[in-house]
Design a protein around this ligand. Structure first.
Ligand SMILES: Cc1cc2nc3c(=O)[nH]c(=O)nc-3n(C[C@H](O)[C@H](O)[C@H](O)COP(=O)(O)OP(=O)(O)OC[C@H]3O[C@@H](n4cnc5c(N)ncnc54)[C@H](O)[C@@H]3O)c2cc1C
Length: 465
């Protein structure tokens, strides 16, 4: 008997967003707020993308952890304002700490940077002057650099690597390894030798030069899905939107002059407006289908000229270490240098006492180690800051290979705008032209900006009609 092939379901939508990461969700919330009916197609069985809560069968009794330990800065204004709009209570979801770094190593005395209660940027200058563990001459060079950068408005005539910038400002190797390198890796997830100095300065300017609270560190009190994805989805559904899980966009092309065709594994959709909110390597693949059916090449789709979706990526590894529940780090977050581990965060902040999340950004020798070897190595290193560290009970390692795009020199010239040369086709994602590295703030900025472009385009269209 010949089986009858069932024809795929066809659906018409006003606006489709492909991808429910933080950028796609931010775009959806902003559009929903302005009365648009949106439909999100998400390939996974949950929203949140790279910033989501997950639970593991054999670790922590299936308690929810994050796909990788995240923190935020007080300078993430767009994220904080979206949280406010969603009625997410800051005090409920964050522990806020003033700028306060404590770094440990087996070979060097403890480094401490603590900002006093002064307005910005005086709080920072005072923190550098009183920094413990660095010679006075080194601290003076840091202050000189900070002042000279402020005079230039943190703007370079030409981009260069962070290590070249530091050389130009005569920063010594010890200052680099205890201050600038950890800061660069934490904010850009890119080694100083290749990282874009201009993007680094954009982050420093936002965090250090305006308000003291901008340099605060914000630690999540709950997992990332409960923090943002769930309230964002509730808001979207409440405003007449929808989200379809396990709906992987496979093909995308222009249908008629004013509509698009999206094919997923199960359904065919038509829509007037489409936002691709996937990471660049996936966006690239989706646009290839689009381009082959429509116009010659990517260059004809992306704005501005020279924009491209060919990115390199950096990994992030999070090692969750479980100790007896009364184990505490000396500070909420500690830094480690001359070590494999870079930062450690005490998860008692998220009501997970005894759990420590160790973060390793970018490449390094940890990439060649097994999970077991890595957990043992970072466990040993934690004793630099906790000499009475008890026996490790359990551990879980999460390695994300394409955690962020590599934020390299001249990256700003290749980052695409949110709108494209195709009417009705928009992009969102941390890699677009936000002037920020791959961060939650970058993703939120991008999602909101894409939504604003859509609203503007629709207003212009109705004005012309
Ligand atoms: C381990 C780790 C630690 C990090 N730490 C920090 C931190 O401390 N602070 C910080 O600010 N940032 C941090 N980041 C970066 C931050 O998580 C990202 O910048 C941000 O989440 C990116 O959001 P996005 O929406 O641009 O992309 P994504 O989160 O990648 O979202 C894309 C979405 O598209 C979906 N998708 C993909 N293909 C398809 C398809 N064909 N059809 C439908 N859906 C599809 C995906 O499933 C995903 O949900 C970290 C990232 C990682 C991985």
């Amino acid at each position: 008997m010949i089986s009858k092939k069932s024809s795929p379901i066809q659906k018409n939508k006003e606006i489709i967003i492909i991808g429910a990461g933080w950028s796609g969700l931010a775009c959806a919330v902003t559009l929903a707020q302005h009365g648009h009916k949106i439909c999100i197609l998400e390939s996974a069985n949950q929203a949140g993308g790279r910033a989501r809560g997950v639970s593991f069968k054999h670790f922590l009794n299936k308690q929810v952890l994050d796909n990788g330990q995240h923190i935020m800065l007080g300078a993430y204004h767009e994220t904080l304002s979206l949280f406010k709009h969603l009625n997410i209570k800051k005090n409920h979801i964050f522990e806020r700490q003033h700028l306060n770094f404590n770094l440990y190593s087996p070979t060097h005395s403890q480094i401490q940077l603590k900002s006093p209660i002064l307005p910005a940027p005086l709080h920072l200058l005072a923190a550098f002057i009183s920094m413990q563990g660095l010679a006075f001459s080194e601290r003076l060079k840091i202050i000189k650099m900070t002042l000279r950068l402020a005079v230039t408005q943190y703007k370079l005539k030409q981009d260069m690597s962070v290590s070249n910038l530091l050389q130009q400002y005569s920063q010594s190797s010890i200052t680099i390894s205890v201050l600038w390198e950890p800061l660069c890796l934490a904010t850009m997830n890119t080694p100083i030798e290749t990282a874009s100095a201009q993007v680094f300065l954009n982050v420093l300017k936002d965090s250090f030069s305006r308000k003291r609270a901008d340099s605060d560190l914000l630690f999540f009190r709950q997992d990332l899905s409960s923090t943002f994805s769930s309230p964002a989805i509730d808001y979207i559904l409440h405003h007449g939107g929808e989200i379809q899980y396990r709906e992987k966009a496979l093909k995308l092309r222009r249908d008629t002059e004013h509509s698009f065709f999206v094919e997923t594994s199960q359904t065919q959709y038509n829509c007037k407006t489409i936002v691709i909110a996937t990471p660049p390597h996936i966006t690239d693949k989706l646009l290839v289908h689009f381009a082959s059916n429509d116009i010659a090449s990517e260059q004809n789709i992306l704005k501005p000229q020279g924009a491209s979706l060919s990115y390199q990526y950096e990994a992030i590894c999070t090692i969750y270490l479980q100790y007896p529940v009364d184990t505490r780090l000396p500070y909420r977050m500690v830094g480690l240098f001359d070590s494999i581990a870079q930062w450690a965060i005490d998860r008692s902040v998220a009501n997970q006492p005894g759990l420590i999340a160790v973060i390793i950004s970018g490449p390094g020798k940890h990439q060649k180690m097994s999970h077991q070897q890595l957990a043992e190595a970072v466990h040993k290193e934690l004793s630099f800051c906790l000499p009475d560290l008890p026996e490790l009970i359990n551990f879980h390692v999460i390695r994300v290979k394409r955690a962020t795009f590599s934020c390299r020199v001249n990256i700003e010239q290749q980052r695409p705008e949110n709108d494209t040369h195709i009417d009705g086709l928009f992009l969102a994602g941390d890699y677009t032209n936000t002037h920020y590295p791959a961060t939650l703030e970058g993703a939120i900025r991008s999602g909101k900006a894409a939504a604003e472009k859509i609203i503007e385009a629709n207003n212009n269209r109705s004005f012309t009609l």
